[in-house]
Design a binder for this molecule. Structure first.
Ligand code: FES
Length: 167
């Protein structure tokens, strides 16, 4: 995806504008910047990730700077500032999960997939990310698959089997 929002596909930008319009109605005209979270989320859904181009688009529509959009996009873990692989494996390494061995499991998974610093496999199949608490501390360690399937009480063996089975 290009870094300039003006290079984004025009039809998707039009769709973004159409979907953003009703959202902006909930904000005072002089406080449009406050809609940065829903705007980035919408941009991510439409364009696949909230990289510099989407950040620039959101900033333009909300009348603020691209730096402001980048601050928000890079602060919240639910925003992806780089393209993901076909599957997204998010491993919680916060306190409860860490105490249950999640950090070692995360390291082992990266090693098994040949990812030095997390990231995406060379074939674009899997992205592995370390995330903050997934809200499943009582059943730690927890892994979120493709942003919809919570896997609880994960073991390294169980995780390896799941990852191997991903198309
Ligand atoms: S600490 Fe991992 S789910 Fe809460």
């Amino acid at each position: 995806m290009p870094g300039d929002w003006k290079d984004l596909p025009k039809d998707l930008v039009a769709r973004f504008d159409a979907l953003l319009a009703p959202v902006l109605q909930r904000y005072p005209p002089d406080r449009k910047e406050a809609a940065m979270l829903p705007a980035l989320r919408l941009g991510q859904e439409l364009f696949g990730y909230a990289g510099p181009a989407v950040q620039g688009l959101c900033a333009d529509r909300l009348g603020t700077s691209a730096a402001r959009a980048e601050e928000v996009a890079s602060f919240y873990v639910m925003f992806h500032t780089h393209p993901n692989g076909r599957h997204l494996v998010e491993v919680c390494t916060n306190v409860s999960c860490c105490l249950a061995g999640a950090d070692r499991m995360f390291r082992d998974l990266r090693k098994r997939l040949g990812l030095a610093e997390g990231g995406t496999t060379a074939d674009g199949r899997i992205t592995v990310r370390e995330v903050e608490c997934l809200g499943s501390c009582g059943t730690a360690p927890a892994v979120l698959l493709d942003e919809k399937e919570m896997i609880e009480r994960v073991t390294p063996e169980k995780l390896a089997k799941i990852v191997e089975g991903l198309p």
